[in-house]
Design a binder for this molecule. Structure first.
Ligand SMILES: CC(C)(COP(=O)(O)OP(=O)(O)OC[C@H]1O[C@@H](n2cnc3c(N)ncnc32)[C@H](O)[C@@H]1OP(=O)(O)O)[C@@H](O)C(=O)NCCC(=O)NCCS
Length: 199
């Protein structure tokens, strides 16, 4: 039986670099991010329809106008094999609305700099299970100044939810999505990053 190090070597994980940056880094990898996004999220358990590549591309373009945008990329031999990105939530966000069970105000009140929203995270299927998802997240979150991170995930994505729970993210509840979305519900998670920052 191979040791863990031997497995990592065989898969080539030790040659993968993690890059941290902002809009410029995302622009460099924009097309690769869109391709990997489609490769990863067009298969079950994720909901997918033919409009999703266009929706994703437009969403990413909008995100790149956010001054607080941040991204990590995993790269091997000039090829993108993973990414994680998000931005700082605005105080007038609607992300805490439409929950099936109302959430406490202490959780839903936002202010500038309170919450980092993790929008997307993906690792190429053949390279999963070797610590890349954890590294992409850890490097990205360590670069942030917000008090907490938040994300939403499809209820059907049970393995993804188990991954986040393993990394200490706390499930806050389930919300209805906006009309027109390919998905009906999202489960919301929060991860405390540091002591409360309320001004
Ligand atoms: C979710 C995803 C990014 C995880 O990446 P990964 O590289 O496979 O995960 P890692 O190898 O870094 O795992 C980190 C830790 O989580 C644990 N873990 C991974 N999957 C798990 C699961 N399904 N249940 C419980 N723990 C899990 C690992 O055992 C590891 O634990 P350790 O660091 O304490 O030893 C990857 O599976 C993926 O791209 N999935 C499809 C897309 C997706 O779900 N994206 C998130 C959408 S919001």
């Amino acid at each position: 039986m191979m040791t863990a190090d031997a497995v990592r070597e065989a898969v080539g994980v030790e040659t993968i670099g993690i890059g941290l940056g902002g809009v410029e880094l995302a622009r460099t990898w924009f097309e690769s991010i869109c391709s990997l996004y489609a490769e990863v999220f067009s298969v079950p358990p994720f909901a997918w329809d033919e409009q999703e590549p266009v929706r994703h591309r437009q969403m990413l373009e909008r995100l790149l106008t956010e001054p607080s945008f941040g991204i990590t990329v995993a790269v091997r031999d000039d090829e993108l094999v993973g990414f994680a990105y998000g931005y700082g939530v605005h105080p007038d966000t609607k992300r805490w609305e439409n929950f099936l069970e109302p959430l406490p105000e202490a959780l839903t009140t936002e202010w500038e700099g309170r919450t980092f929203a993790l929008i997307d995270l993906a690792v190429r299927a053949d390279l999963r299970g070797h610590g890349l998802g954890r590294r992409l997240l850890e490097v990205l979150l360590a670069s942030r100044s917000e008090e907490r991170a938040a994300l939403t995930v499809e209820p059907e994505a049970e393995a993804t939810q188990a991954f986040y729970q393993h990394l200490s993210w706390q499930r806050m509840g389930r919300k209805r999505t906006s009309p027109g979305s390919a998905i009906s519900y999202f489960d919301a998670y929060v991860l405390p990053l540091r002591a409360q920052t309320r001004p």
